[in-house]
Design a protein around this ligand. Structure first.
Ligand code: GLA
Length: 372
């Protein structure tokens, strides 16, 4: 790759806990993965961004003056959206060749799209000689996901992809964007990442629907309470005012309020090294995503059930937007191989899908390396 000017990477992510609360102003606990998107980039002296991929035969050429017109591309739409939002924010886009190499499995709930958007912006900035703040990149990447890809997402994925730190989880307040980094010390335990391999094609529409439900809830509650976001609502307030809410909306709010409380307790558990407590919180989070937020489904539930049935597993839950994708399980390291074998077989028997396991370190967010 010597012929390129820079090698720029941005990470995929897991989320320990704090699911579907980022767009409600809650705290989340993601961590960046060594599964990542790498962009090799060099200026090409034209007004085109020429895209190619290590894993695809496709080649795509984007006209810098028409970046808004590539929404329907199968490949290259995320790069176009990211470049467009960066351009609209007043940054110069330089014609370039970009070779993309993504090791985050697509559609897995590990945020391949955020990794692509963030690394594309960071790469464009690198060849323009800019050194932007990673948070600014995350915000523009989020805008691309919302306005270009049409998923009205929160900030968690892009923030984690841009600002992650090796061996640390982030305790990110999605209302203020304050972020505390905590060492991910799990003692005798490890996190096992498992893909249920069910394509999650409902994700965009259902995700946006959940978001609208929480916005409706906030408006209803604001008629009686002085709150800025749903995450401001305490468990006690929820109990008092729950009857103001229609039944389905009430379940959604119950998830948000209890999940925010679980993040608070999980932070204490992690700091104290209390793995049993952390595991219980993962299980409770999954139950709430299943019963109150209704974003799991047959396959993710079967995968989590198989994991939770094993005594070496302290907790397991679905992560990300839902309706498919990956789970994380907190598993005794010495028993991890047997655990995987059991889960693979039990899940296959139940659903006919072949679960996939990913080995990944917790890693940095954006990295930029000058090649020549
Ligand atoms: C997706 C979104 C995030 C977040 C999660 C659910 O990954 O992109 O903003 O809302 O779902 O926690």
């Amino acid at each position: 790759m010597k012929e390129y000017s820079f090698k720029v990477t941005a990470a995929g992510r897991i989320n320990i806990i704090g699911e579907h609360v980022d767009y409600c102003g809650g705290k989340v606990m993601p961590a960046a993965l060594s599964l990542k998107n790498t962009v090799y980039i060099r200026p090409n002296g034209t007004n085109k961004i020429n895209l190619s991929w290590t894993t695809l035969p496709d080649k795509v050429s984007l006209d810098i003056d028409k970046l808004e017109s590539y929404k329907d591309l199968k490949y290259g739409n995320y790069q176009a959206g990211a470049a467009l939002m960066w351009q609209r924010a007043g940054h110069k886009i330089t014609g370039c060749d970009m070779l993309q190499d993504c090791t985050v499995p697509f559609g897995s709930g590990l945020s391949s799209s955020a990794a692509i958007e963030v690394s594309t912006i960071a790469a464009l900035a690198a060849i323009a000689g800019e050194k932007p703040d990673s948070v600014e990149i995350a915000l523009k990447a989020q805008q691309a996901e919302r306005e270009y890809a049409g998923v009205n997402c929160g900030i968690m994925d892009q923030y984690a992809s841009a600002c992650g730190k090796k061996d640390s989880v982030m305790l990110l307040d999605c209302h203020t964007l304050e972020c505390e980094y905590l060492p991910l010390q799990l003692g005798d335990y490890s996190l096992v990442i498992t893909n249920c391999k069910k394509p999650h094609n409902l994700i965009e529409s259902k995700y946006n629907e959940r978001r609208e439900e929480t916005e409706t809830a906030l408006k209803l509650l604001q008629q009686r309470l002085d709150i800025n976001c749903l995450a401001d609502l305490t468990v006690a307030q929820f109990k008092t005012f729950a009857t103001l809410l229609p039944p389905v909306i009430r379940k959604r709010v119950e998830h948000v309020v209890t999940e925010c409380e679980r993040v608070r307790v999980a932070t204490l558990a992690l700091k104290a090294g209390n793995m049993e407590m952390l595991g219980r919180l993962l299980n409770m989070s999954h139950a709430s995503l299943r019963d109150n937020y209704e974003v799991t489904g047959k396959e993710p539930d079967a995968l989590v059930d198989a994991a939770q049935s094993q005594s070496c597993c302290l907790g397991s839950r679905l992560i990300g937007g839902g309706f498919g994708g990956c789970t994380i399980s907190l598993v005794k390291t010495k028993d991890a191989d047997e655990f995987k074998e059991f889960v693979y077989n039990a899940y296959y028997k139940e659903t006919g899908y072949k679960a996939e396991f990913y080995a990944s370190d917790i890693s940095d967010g954006i990295t930029v390396e000058k090649l020549n």
